[in-house]
Design a protein around this ligand. Sequence first.
Ligand SMILES: Nc1nc2c(ncn2[C@@H]2O[C@H](COP(=O)(O)OP(=O)(O)OP(=O)(O)O)[C@@H](O)[C@H]2O)c(=O)[nH]1
Ligand SMILES: [Mg+2]
Length: 475
Amino acid sequence: QYPGAASQYPGAAPQYPGAAPQYPGAAPQYPGAAPQYPGAASQYPGAAAGISTFSFCLNWFPLTFHSSWNIRFNAGLQIAEAVALVRSLPHWTLVDKLVMSTKSPDSKFIFGKGNFQSLTEILKGLPKITAVFVNVERLSPVTEKELEAAWGVTVLDRYKVVLCIFRYNARTREAKLQISLAELPLLRTRLKNDLAHLDQQGGGSRYIMGSGETFFEVQQRLLKEREKKIRNALEKLRKNRNLLRTQRRHREFPIISVMGYTNCGKTTLIKSLTGNADLQPRDQLFATLDVTAHGGLLPCRMPVIYMDTIGFLSQLPHDLIESFSATLEDVVHSDLLVHVRDISHPEADIQKSSVLSVLIKLNVPQKLLDTMIEVHNKIDLLENHENRDPAVVPVSALYGFGLEDLKRKVEAAVLRNTGRFIMNIKVDLESPQLNWLHKEASVQDMKVRPEDGTARVRVIITSAAYGRYMKLFST
Ligand SMILES: Nc1nc2c(ncn2[C@@H]2O[C@H](COP(=O)(O)OP(=O)(O)OP(=O)(O)O)[C@@H](O)[C@H]2O)c(=O)[nH]1
Ligand SMILES: [Mg+2]
């Protein structure tokens, strides 16, 4: 292992207080392992793994390599995304970056022999670096070990880097639990690696005193128990969320999910639409990790809820998608989807297809896909922006351009999707009609006519409710 790493075998001497974690936001150890140092990420599910240890990491100097096996992506742009990922982490400094061809992601070693040698030479010339980020989805454990042994520094893949960002940005218990769940595959791999190491010393397969279980079996069992605990806790939270969702439905607030590629401006847009000053857009990937609800009013003064969601990323590792798909459940259950796109981004089209493919994987109902509103954001960054597609709404969420048009389109779509419409109804003030409308529909406006004891009432009503109204009151 690289110098300074905490020993992870049971019974190993704990490190001295204040020792640097392995990498910022380091994954917690597997259950039962010796604690690294006081204050290290705690080991119960949902612990804010590593967040409290960030201050120990003064400088990190990752060197980013980029795999160019995936020709669908422009290598230069993809490395820009890799750099943005690294820059989303505080205390990390990028020293250098390099594009290099790699073998297919499934092969045992990622670099050819020649490439590997020249990389090793380059790294030798950079004595200050403490980590290398190889921008592939997952490195096989063998490759990772091999590279770390050859280079003497931490080697990270996209999975680990994204996990670090998630860990840093997670605020709610649910997000933290999801991260703990996404970390389990890493812990399993690490356990296997450690076991191989122990076996070399002749200790791995020994039985633990009187228990009838080997060290490996104990650790595996603990990991399984941990997974169960996390899943149970998540299930409880999910039930709670379902309850909240039913309550919202009961109050009949339509739900509009705002989603899109990471950093496209979802949070900024919701902030502009709702005037909610608490929202904090940041120029970072994965700034938002939790689905949060924000109340807003449509032009017809109907209250709606905008859901801010976690951003999408191309090639987001599957385990992470799986852990976070629970957070995206609200998207599936919403009344309308708004797909925000950073239209100034050079890879805007690839980002769009990556978002659409995730939505399909999430089993979003076809109706929601068909009625989705596509927003082209950040038009202020484009010179002479021209929009020819009537289905698209160009806006600048930051400067407030195009928002009125967007609100009108959102209103029309929400009314359509929820089977509501706006009506002017004449009511007799002596009859219970007005009371009934207040209860069963949303009264927007009322003009009383004292001369004949009636009022003109503007309501938003569902077609089912209007049917009942006609049955009760039509003469
Ligand atoms: N120029 C310009 N910048 C914008 C606009 N909208 C958002 N931004 C900037 O884009 C960056 C990301 O904005 P966010 O609202 O945090 O984006 P997000 O989609 O919520 O990002 P994640 O939560 O990380 O997925 C911030 O620096 C914003 O100020 C826009 O219309 N014009
Ligand atoms: Mg956001």
